[in-house]
Design a protein around this ligand. Sequence first.
Ligand SMILES: C[S@@+](CC[C@H](N)C(=O)[O-])C[C@H]1O[C@@H](n2cnc3c(N)ncnc32)[C@H](O)[C@@H]1O
Length: 272
Amino acid sequence: MNQAQQVQEFWDRRPCNIMHSPKILGTREYFDEVEARRYMVEPHIPLFAEFDRWRGKKVLEVGCGIGTDSIRFAHAGAALTAVDLSPRSLEIARQRFEIHGLKANLYCGSAEHLSSLVPVERFDLIYSFGVIHHTHHPEKVLAELKKYCGPATELRIMLYSKWSWKVFWIIAKYGKGAFWRADELVRTYSEAQTGCPVTFYYSRRNVRRLMKDFDVLRISKNYIFSYKISKYTKYEYEREWYFRWMPKLLFDWLQHHLGWHLLIVAKPKTLR
Ligand SMILES: C[S@@+](CC[C@H](N)C(=O)[O-])C[C@H]1O[C@@H](n2cnc3c(N)ncnc32)[C@H](O)[C@@H]1O
């Protein structure tokens, strides 16, 4: 199995957020619950994506997974093109679009070779949430994305944050403090299913280096998962005691300084 096949196999085995509802997979109720849970637990996503802003605009989504954000872009009236490496995830995304009676151009393949997959044209927004850090060559993806940029194209990208509560927590819980094993530990425990083949994580400086051909306009941090995992997997929402007693202002401050999600807004530097 080559590198891309390993990544594909991982996400096919358990597409992202697929367990967000106990309802029958592929039904309207299932998709509604997946969406409700996602934005309840990660309320910063709609704020970051600003779905309604893209009405009548062309949006390219890289790594759409089962299409939770995709359907929001389409509902808002954006003309959506989306790509994902995992055929199983994409099949579920297709089902979702059918159920909602909405249209999108969906492609299956690696964003590392985007231009051999998706016809090159200019998009108003290139959106990618939690994807580029899961591919072996993120710099190739960024080089591909540049081909789809015009002067006014905006990129909104989420990458995992190095200096984050989650990284410290993974090292403490699974590595018993062995910070020198951080790369391997993060890769193993970053996702709901263990053993992700690739997970990179970035400091702000790393992001600027990776996105050297873009003007990075804004990088903010958000998201600390505060629920007890044993309850969360049973669709019960009880926060860990230390988060329960933490004043909201302090929790928000922590999320903005040690959040797991680096929310990046960028524009292309030069035109092709
Ligand atoms: C953590 S999930 C995020 C999915 C979706 N953006 C979301 O937020 O629900 C990562 C997704 O990236 C996709 N992916 C990983 N490497 C990829 C690549 N090289 N090209 C396209 N998609 C990729 C996976 O198949 C998976 O669906």
